[in-house]
Design a protein around this ligand. Structure first.
Ligand SMILES: *Cc1c(COP(=O)(O)O)cnc(C)c1O
Length: 233
């Protein structure tokens, strides 16, 4: 078996164990393969092993990979977005998980090519209250969500968060539970959301226990990232 298939099987076994422990069906949790810093050959191996959904953080690197891999792949933008870089994001991605202010959302909606259909978006929430982190605050989330939901070329799908890294499992649960509570409140407020994007290689079990529908997996599939090779753009 190829090393990539082994990694995928190991990931699937972790997801299966976590959904079973939580009493959730297997198909309640999907993953995206977070391929930032990894070369296009590595993505091709993943495609050959059956992966068709990737997450990328750095725009130019992502555009190169999108051009190299061609059609049939679903691309999620998950990194910080500068307002002068919204057009290529709107044109080349299927999802943007890192929307955290209305100005960016408005630009993405205006710049989305109509023939591509609405761009799927998640709002990134600053769940740990870190001052430097991107993400809308929980207090500002409801107004932003209602405004984004009205934009014609966007389809608001849910929420995303990257909590402050911790090995304290109770803290992981607390952070993810807070995001889930915000998500459920927006649903009660009438928004048709279906995506709760939380959990990465190190904390996917806690995220799945707390209701994640989408986990973002880099290291567990591709190994450690080597940032010395390439300065992130
Ligand atoms: C890099 C990254 C991931 C993947 O993290 P791993 O710990 O390598 O699984 C997930 N989400 C976001 C937003 C990232 O930037």
């Amino acid at each position: 078996m190829s090393p990539m298939l082994e990694k995928l099987q190991a990931l699937d076994a972790r997801i299966v164990a976590a959904v079973e422990a939580a009493g959730r069906p297997r198909d309640a949790v999907q993953f995206i393969a977070v391929s930032k810093t990894h070369p296009v050959e590595t993505l091709r191996e993943a495609v050959a092993a059956g992966v068709h959904t990737f997450g990328e953080n750095y725009l130019q690197e992502a555009l190169d990979k999108i051009a190299a891999l061609g059609p049939g792949i679903c691309w999620h933008f998950i990194g910080p977005i500068q307002s002068n870089k919204t057009r290529p994001v709107a044109e080349h991605f299927d999802w943007v998980q890192s929307v955290d202010r209305l100005k960016i959302a408005e630009r993405l909606s205006a710049q989305r090519p109509p023939e591509k259909g609405p761009l799927n978006v998640c709002l990134q929430v600053n769940i740990s209250g870190e001052e430097t982190k991107s993400g809308v605050t929980p207090a500002e989330l409801p107004a932003l969500a209602q405004a984004v939901a009205r934009l014609p070329q966007l389809r608001l799908r849910g929420l995303m968060a990257i909590p402050a890294p911790t090995t304290d499992v109770a803290q992981q649960h607390a952070d993810f539970a807070r995001l889930r509570a915000l998500y459920e409140q927006l649903q009660r407020d009438g928004l048709a959301l279906d995506t709760l994007s939380m959990g990465m290689s190190a904390d996917m079990e806690a995220a799945i226990a707390e209701g994640a529908t989408l986990i973002r997996i880099g290291t567990a599939l591709f190994g450690a990232r080597d940032y010395s090779q390439k300065a992130p753009a």
